[in-house]
Design a binder for this molecule. Structure first.
Ligand code: G6P
Ligand code: MG
Length: 217
């Protein structure tokens, strides 16, 4: 059987969540807004524009569209400085073997990310060729937990939503997968991702037999 295996990017394939955090923290600092790692969970899986709004809400700051645009550019410029030297070593543990296993088993693979920087990251880490479809922040209008990004991905792979499996590190992304009636697999902390159907600390914890079962089901 063919299933659709849909991967989130940041925090699932690459450890860029820390870079997003550092870049946002710099903006927050400039605005005198307290922004902790706990606050950062709210931003995971969420678009750049929405992330800034959340930070401004945290600090009760109102801003003009002009200022917001300036900070959005600033945030991305800061973020991009962390990506300059990115290579395959920044793939999260166990990711490559899972992609390889899925390919060998002829399973369709897609990316489902809110990021507008997704393609260059897949290129820099040398894994773009694994993906039969890439759906990212340039293709969607509704941010996770809206399931749009995953529904488009499944559609491009020509697999019905209930036969799709989503790997996510964000609460919003797990919710999006659940809303789409896809199998949600949380990658990360159990307490944070409790809404996911299955949770693994990282891909090295996932046995090949587990993936085989997902394919067979
Ligand atoms: C992902 C990350 C978010 C990030 C968003 C937009 O969903 O989890 O932290 O804000 O993508 O990414 P971008 O690269 O377009 O700023
Ligand atoms: Mg993520």
């Amino acid at each position: 059987r063919k299933k659709a295996f849909i991967f989130d990017l940041d925090g699932v394939i690459v450890d860029t969540a820390k870079y997003h955090f550092l870049a946002w923290q710099k903006i927050a600092q400039e605005l005198n807004i307290e922004f902790t790692l706990e606050h950062n969970e709210l931003l995971k899986g969420v678009s750049r524009v929405r992330s800034l709004d959340i930070i401004l809400e945290l600090g009760n700051v109102e801003a003009s569209q002009e200022d917001k645009n300036k900070w959005l550019v600033q945030k991305n410029e800061e973020y991009l400085t962390y990506l300059v030297d990115m290579d395959q070593s920044e793939l999260l543990p166990g990711v490559l073997p899972v992609l390889e296993f899925l390919k060998q088993n002829n399973q369709p693979i897609a990316l489902g990310s809110a990021s507008k920087n997704a393609r260059p990251i897949l290129e820099k880490t040398g894994i773009l060729h694994y993906f039969d479809a890439v759906v990212d922040g340039n293709d969607v209008t509704n941010a996770k937990p809206d399931p749009e990004v995953f529904l488009i991905a499944a559609q491009l792979l020509q697999i019905p939503a209930h036969d799709a499996i989503v790997f996510e590190d964000s609460v919003a992304g797990v919710q999006a997968a659940n809303i789409a009636k896809m199998t949600s697999i949380g990658i990360g902390d159990k307490k944070t991702l409790f809404e996911a159907q299955h949770i693994f600390a990282n891909f090295t914890q996932m046995e090949t037999s587990f993936i085989e079962d997902l394919i067979k089901k």
